[in-house]
Design a protein around this ligand. Structure first.
Ligand SMILES: [Fe+2]
Length: 269
């Protein structure tokens, strides 16, 4: 019986620090602090729940959820991210697919997946890229997208898979990556809503991820933007950890980056 030993929600992008050097450094420091806190729990594998940015999931095929099954991944190299191979955790991915099948999820299994910034920025800047990973992608590229409630259920599936199928002493960290508020190529493009971002992080720190999910996708998109819906990844990680609350590690409203960025370390139960 494996277990989840650490979990968090965190943003998944960095841009130029030019003109915003202080806040940008705070973000980088926040990633690193969060990474150290996760590593302190001594995980031997990482599930990273993130979004695709039209690099793998395009209009030709629109699966709701994609899980990487491979032993190795080559980053696609967007944002000048090094294309150094990342190790995958096939046994963990297979355990999740098996449990998901029992729980009514038909996960799209990807033997090849080009990791974009949504996976690579957290892994690299949190210092976790040496650990074997399972990427789990929530498709928010088109409507209808998975509901926040559905993501919570899948979070519980992740936990069950780890507890049921992994060898004893397996220690897994779960990262929900994306957000916070941002609007891209729609009205309010480039806006950041600090009130929304703080409310999301405060709710998560209070263990109220289910209440956030209850509000529903339309509410999240209306208040946090078409990119803010990426917080569903945070909610899934919180449910997997059965988070009782958390600790806000960092937050910066990076208007020149068109998004609020933050990180919350969950209290795993
Ligand atoms: Fe994203």
């Amino acid at each position: 019986m494996g277990k989840i030993v650490a979990a968090c929600g965190v943003s998944h992008i960095l841009m130029s620090p030019m003109g915003c050097e202080g806040p940008a450094q705070n973000v980088v420091d926040g990633f690193q602090t969060l990474g150290r806190r996760l590593l302190a729990a001594q995980p031997d594998a990482v599930i990273i729940i993130s979004s695709d940015h039209m690099f793998n999931i395009d209009l030709a095929m629109q699966p709701r959820f994609v899980i990487g099954m491979s032993d190795h991944y080559t980053p696609m190299g967007d944002m000048d991210i090094p294309r150094t191979p990342i190790t995958g955790h096939r046994a963990l991915a297979e355990a999740i697919v098996k449990q998901a099948d029992q729980d009514g999820f038909d996960l799209c299994q990807a033997e090849e997946y080009r990791l974009d910034h949504g996976v690579m920025i957290p892994l690299l800047f949190m210092g976790l890229s040496h650990l074997p990973i399972v990427p789990l992608i929530v498709n928010i590229n088109t409507h209808p997208m998975p509901s926040a409630q559905r993501c919570l259920i899948l979070g519980e599936t992740l936990r069950q898979a780890i507890e049921t199928d992994l060898p004893a002493a397996s220690r897994v960290a779960v990262i929900g990556a994306g957000g916070l508020s941002h609007w891209l190529c729609v009205p309010r493009h480039g806006d950041v809503d600090e009130a929304f971002d703080h409310q999301v992080m405060d709710e998560l720190c209070a263990g109220r991820h289910a209440a956030l999910a209850q509000a529903g996708n339309a509410d999240i998109i209306a208040r946090g933007g078409n990119g803010g819906i990426e917080i569903m990844n945070w909610l899934m990680a919180a449910q997997a950890a059965r988070s009782s609350g958390g600790e806000k590690i960092f937050y910066e409203p990076m208007r020149s980056w068109f998004t609020g960025l933050g990180g919350v370390l969950y209290h795993v139960t």
